[in-house]
Design a protein around this ligand. Structure first.
Ligand SMILES: C[S@@+](CC[C@H](N)C(=O)[O-])C[C@H]1O[C@@H](n2cnc3c(N)ncnc32)[C@H](O)[C@@H]1O
Length: 240
């Protein structure tokens, strides 16, 4: 039985998870639609009604990838990997609240820390790539995922894919979205400053396709986009 201290931690995580989820849904217009379509794309590729093991890389935060896909496909199980124990704890709180803990293995750490012989039927990498500095780190993460997928297995990749300064109108519209949701001028300015100080997103959709190709994936198919954000499905190429 959970102790009172554990209960308190879970309540704290749940309220932080709710706040994080609210912010994520403002920052990405269509957040829920993107996650729903990601699950639908996986089911369309893998087939519905069966068992499948899904690698969820960068799973910390809302845990939405897991919640949405688990609801659609009761036979799927998930390995949720994230280097931030705090972010992973937020996801675990959501997973527990949804009664899904038995279907989710949480792994604090990096994809590279997983058993190199372990294979998954599919993987997701949502909201992570544009936070990584430089192309080498991005390429290494994609290669680590590719190494754990058999030929034909799908990856759902979603990230911002244009440098923010390259599209001033999109950036301004992103600020307007925060204002639309009630943020005052100082908060909007702070949000705009913060997003531009982070790591650079891939420079274009072509760069995303090149990164995926070099990691061992077939050409990606985009199924969602919203301002700077895109979401694609790409299948693992058969080895040469
Ligand atoms: C913005 S959150 C994404 C949350 C979630 N996937 C979603 O869609 O809401 C980015 C997450 O990526 C994680 N992360 C950072 N570097 C990573 C890496 N090299 N491999 C896997 N996850 C990473 C962070 O710890 C953080 O939890």
């Amino acid at each position: 039985m959970p102790s009172r201290a554990t209960d308190a931690v879970q309540k704290f995580d749940s309220s932080r998870a709710a706040e994080y989820g609210e912010q994520s849904r403002i920052a990405l217009a269509g957040y829920d639609a993107c996650h729903e379509l990601a699950a639908c794309m996986l089911a369309a590729r893998l087939g519905s009604g069966g068992a499948a093991s899904i690698l969820v890389a960068g799973a910390g935060g809302t845990g939405q990838e897991v919640l949405t896909a688990a609801r659609l496909e009761p036979g799927w199980t998930f390995t949720a990997v994230d280097p931030s124990p705090e972010m992973l704890a937020l996801t675990s709180a959501q997973v527990a609240q949804a009664g899904l803990s038995g279907r989710v293995r949480s792994v604090p750490g990096y994809v590279a820390d997983l058993d190199p012989l372990e294979r998954f039927d599919a993987a997701t990498l949502i909201g992570v790539l544009h936070h990584l500095p430089g192309e080498a780190d991005k390429a290494a993460l994609l290669a680590g995922i590719a190494a754990r997928l058999p030929a034909g297995a799908p990856l759902i990749l979603a990230c911002n894919y244009r440098p923010y300064a390259s599209q001033p109108l999109l950036l301004k519209a992103w600020g307007e979205r925060w204002r639309m949701q009630g943020a005052d001028a100082a908060t909007v300015a702070a949000k705009l400053g913060r997003i531009q100080q982070g790591a650079e997103p891939p420079a274009s959709e072509q760069v995303v396709a090149d990164l995926l190709g070099e990691a061992g994936f077939e050409a990606p198919l985009r199924f969602f986009s919203s301002l700077f954000w895109g979401a694609w499905i790409a299948c693992r190429r058969a080895p040469d």
